[in-house]
Design a protein around this ligand. Structure first.
Ligand code: NDP
Length: 288
């Protein structure tokens, strides 16, 4: 292995610690704690784990965690009523509805009902539009965490060529816009891209957000490239990314491991976004 490991766990711990220090200052200045409401509908075990770890991280940062667990049979109207209540509740700065939702509920309707200024997941079309047009809003946590890791690893990103593999609304598209915002030359690849290995080989920065275990191989990479592996795939009981770590780490300059790379940054960015929301509401300045 020649690549440096990009330690997302350490970067996430540092970000969470920084936010916790600022939260203490916020509480002193305003007399209240920032609050994050997390809504879980049904009993999907993976979602339950995510919701628990989000609640724990929220409390550890000195913020309030409001957890709402609803049965799998919950109607869309009942969920929308809860979202309306959370939108109106001044102790709630951030609202996160854990996806996926049961089939009787239309995800898009629910996400669009969240107040964009409390949409700390950054999934609301208003926040997608703000990102696309360079206005302040909320950026989805996973691509935001990837950008932070890239800046930390490479410093200035301006002028670098970046390939993002994947064009989902929650990872690929916002990732590409963030890299463009940092003046990278960005290519977005997807399932219809021709000669994907050749496309990837042009890139100084590769972000893989595909959902296909170990798809990106070492011989697809430009030597010295920085590789961010967003993928979380369960294979025979263990977690692997979208990048074949063994071959890629022999060619890349730096690479994120799975687990311990992008995953921890996602939760840290959620905590950060919730704190930013509270600061905007109270007119408090922040620098995390
Ligand atoms: P989606 O399934 O929504 O999107 C996958 C994208 O990959 C699509 O744009 C698809 O193209 C593209 N794709 C699929 N097959 C190929 C292929 N053979 N070649 C090139 N492109 C392909 O996934 P998400 O964006 O939601 O997630 C991607 C991965 O990131 C998953 O492994 C997920 O588990 C992980 N993830 C990790 C998070 C974290 O915190 N670390 C958070 C969120 C996701 P097309 O559009 O043409 O179909």
């Amino acid at each position: 292995m020649t690549a440096a490991l990009i330690d997302g766990k350490a970067a996430a711990a540092a970000l969470r610690e920084k936010v916790a220090v600022e939260v203490a200052r916020f509480r002193e200045a305003t007399g209240r704690a920032p609050g994050l409401a997390v809504v879980l509908v049904g009993e999907d075990p993976a979602s339950a784990v995510y919701v628990r770890s989000k609640g724990k991280a929220t409390r550890e940062a000195g913020m309030e965690s409001f957890e709402h667990k609803l049965p799998a049979t919950t109607s869309q109207d009942d969920l929308l009523t809860l979202v309306d209540q959370l939108n109106a509740d001044p102790s709630v700065d951030g609202i996160l509805v854990q996806l996926p939702l049961p089939p009787q509920i239309d995800e898009r309707v629910v996400i669009t009902r969240i107040d964009p200024d409390k949409d700390v997941d950054g999934f609301h079309p208003v926040n997608a539009g703000r990102l696309a047009t360079g206005l302040p809003g909320f950026v989805p946590c996973t691509p935001l965490g990837c950008l932070m890791l890239l800046r930390q690893t490479l410093g200035e990103l301006s002028g670098k060529s970046a390939v993002v593999i994947g064009r989902s609304n929650i990872v690929g598209k916002p990732m590409a816009l963030l890299l463009l915002g940092d003046s990278c030359t960005v290519t977005i690849a997807h399932s219809r891209t021709r000669d994907l290995p050749d496309v990837v080989r042009q890139a100084d920065i590769v972000v893989a957000a595909v959902g296909r275990p170990e798809m990106v191989k070492g011989d697809w990479l430009k030597p010295g490239a920085t590789v961010i592996d967003v993928g979380i795939n369960r294979v025979e009981g263990s977690l692997v990314g979208d990048v074949d770590f063994a071959s890629a780490s022999a060619v890349a300059g730096a690479i994120t491991p799975v687990p311990g790379g992008v995953g921890p940054m996602t939760i840290a960015c959620l905590i950060r976004n919730t704190f930013v929301s509270a600061c905007r509401t109270e007119g408090v300045t922040f620098d995390s």
